[in-house]
Design a protein around this ligand. Structure first.
Ligand code: NDP
Length: 280
């Protein structure tokens, strides 16, 4: 059983990744993101999920450096994820985008680098570049995001390295059953984005009922459900009380019956784009 905010899952290459991290999509570059990341580290978070597309990598880097200094930690204590943005996909352009990301973050190495979306005709070249960054030891683990089973099957026909992570939209209304069994079979760690469905699930009666039974909030029940289902999860908040709430999920366990009730909420509804049909 996962017992603390610092507990990790082991990726297929042996690298340890925290089960819970902070997402920073829509957190503003500058003082907002610096403060949020620094505060998260102070509160015990050890994993930060950003992307070139979020336009806040400089502040994320600054927040990490200041946060570890204040907490008496080292760079190795923090797991940092970023992603290559769609217009930068392709072999040479991914290598260049990675350099820019690292310059902005101000870090020597990255923990996890992801293909942000499966841009048709490009993602295989992008993946070759990411494999090179991995073999050159510039990043400790590599993966993809928003890949359906068919994208993974296609990628694996040519890939030398199987992605260690697939970060996808995941919450009780999008249970990703097919992807779950496929990734389990291939040893690919799944990671949940928009785990709280961007706040749209917090009034759900079934979730409220389960939350009451455990004296927990709906957000805590959802995040606990993620981890019990084997998903790494990265809720976003800029508010200290919510960051604390979201990380306080290691002192209770959902029963088999709770898990079944939550599973029954699934109706394959997305809050983001379908990876088979996006225009960015
Ligand atoms: P989330 O599901 O994490 O929801 C975030 C929203 O919920 C914010 O409005 C936040 O507001 C609010 N919130 C957070 N905690 C609570 C709480 N305990 N109670 C009530 N409201 C709460 O959505 P995101 O889309 O941000 O997803 C999380 C992360 O996943 C992103 O930040 C990003 O890192 C990643 N992501 C990746 C994508 C990809 O394509 N790979 C796509 C989308 C996201 P407030 O901040 O005001 O507290």
């Amino acid at each position: 059983m996962v017992k603390s905010l610092q507990d990790t899952t082991m990726l297929s290459n042996g690298v340890k990744m925290p089960w819970l991290g902070l997402g920073v999509f829509k957190v503003e570059e500058g003082s907002e993101v610096v403060h949020t990341v620094k505060n998260a580290i102070k509160l015990g978070y050890r994993s930060i999920d950003t992307a070139a597309a979020y336009r806040n990598e400089e502040g994320v880097g600054q927040g990490i450096l200041e946060g570890i200094q204040e907490a008496g930690l080292t760079r190795e204590d923090i797991f940092v994820t970023s992603k290559v943005w769609n217009p930068d996909q392709g072999y040479e352009s991914t290598l260049a985008a990675f350099d820019l990301t690292m310059n902005k973050l101000g870090l020597e190495y990255l923990d996890l680098y992801l293909v942000h979306w499966p841009v048709k005709t490009k993602y295989k070249d992008t993946w070759r570049a990411i494999e090179k960054l991995y073999t050159d030891k510039r990043v400790r683990a590599i993966g993809v995001s928003n890949f359906h089973v068919h994208h993974l099957e296609d990628l694996l026909q040519d890939a030398e390295i199987t992605p260690m992570v697939n970060q996808v939209e995941y919450h009780p209304r999008l249970a990703q059953l097919e992807l779950r069994s496929y990734c389990k079979e291939k040893g690919i760690q799944l990671e949940a984005w928009s785990p709280l469905m961007q706040g749209k699930l917090l009034d759900h009666p079934v979730l409220k009922d389960i939350a009451n039974q455990h004296s927990k909030s709906v957000a805590q029940v959802i995040l606990r459900w993620d981890i019990q289902n084997g998903f790494v999860t990265i809720p976003k908040s800029v508010k200290e009380e919510r960051m604390i709430e979201n990380s306080n999920i290691f002192d209770f366990e959902l029963s088999v019956e709770d898990m079944k009730q939550i599973e029954a909420i699934n109706d394959n509804t997305r809050v983001g784009s379908d990876p088979d049909n996006f225009n960015f």
